[in-house]
Design a binder for this molecule. Structure first.
Ligand SMILES: [Zn+2]
Length: 255
């Protein structure tokens, strides 16, 4: 039975009782971590899963609430003597700085006995990751930075996972709900969507036109966290055919 476990559900600013963005896709044979906000390593261990068990790490974009636990994950693998390569799917612009960061922490490619297989999202619009077809789409989350500093970097991604048994979409961070549309042409069994960068109403209105069997809301802005019940009441009134779940840390759902 495949599951998704939410390791962190906080927004970009730290929140009491919530870790930063990260979830574990456990597909039985394979364990894939999607985003690595702190403190994903500690939470994995709390759940009885060793970081060394990970088969691949996916980073949707470079903000620290999605990357800050990466170095500890790699250090955790090094300490217990990992030998097999660790694939890391990520934006191109993070690869070289990450190598420098890890080398400065004495756990970079020059120090550890296993290979970090960096795979930039920009290389393709879809990937085969541990038996999943993963389709990739750019979001407009970092558009203000593109306007300010120019194009060529600032690439955040949303992802659609598919295997013969199930499919789901993970929003990453968005600029607006319409960023999801490339993944939702035929609807999806499960949408994991952030709620930090647009009004919840705008998301629910957009999703009225799409088949979404289950919607898991996470990464909510502080004002949403302040009144979760009102937001859920609106969501359930607008999306009557969709099961709606608000993610807490360590929530586990079946696929
Ligand atoms: Zn974020």
């Amino acid at each position: 039975m495949a599951t998704i476990t939410f390791l962190g559900t906080a927004p970009g600013y730290p929140a009491a009782n919530r870790n930063h963005s990260s979830f574990l896709l456990d597909a039985g044979e394979h364990k894939i971590l999607v985003d690595a906000g702190e403190s994903c390593s500690r939470t994995l261990i709390e759940l009885g899963i060793e970081p060394v068990e990970l088969d691949a790490i996916i980073i949707t974009h470079c903000h620290s609430d999605h990357t800050s636990g990466l170095a500890m994950l790699i250090q955790s693998c090094w300490i217990v003597g990992r030998q097999r390569p660790l694939p890391i799917y990520l934006p191109q612009e993070l690869i070289e700085p990450l190598k420098v960061w890890l080398d400065a922490s004495y756990i970079g490619p020059n120090f550890i006995p296993f290979t970090l297989q960096f795979q930039p999202w920009e290389a393709s619009d879809q990937f085969d990751i541990c038996g999943f077809n993963v389709r990739v789409a750019l979001t407009s989350h970092l558009e203000s930075l593109v306007k300010r500093f120019g194009s060529g970097r600032f690439h955040p991604f949303s992802l659609a996972f598919k295997n013969p048994q199930f499919d789901f979409v993970a929003s990453g961070d968005l600029g607006c709900p319409e960023d999801l549309l490339p993944h939702l042409q035929n609807g999806t069994d499960l949408l994991i969507c952030e709620l930090a960068h647009f009004s919840p109403s705008s998301l629910f209105n957009l999703l009225q036109k799409v088949r979404i069997k289950r919607l898991v809301l996470t990464h909510a802005a502080a004002e949403v966290l302040a009144d979760i019940e009102s937001m859920l009441t609106e969501a359930r009134a607008t999306l009557r055919d969709t099961e709606i779940i608000f993610a807490e840390d360590k929530l586990r759902i079946r696929l």
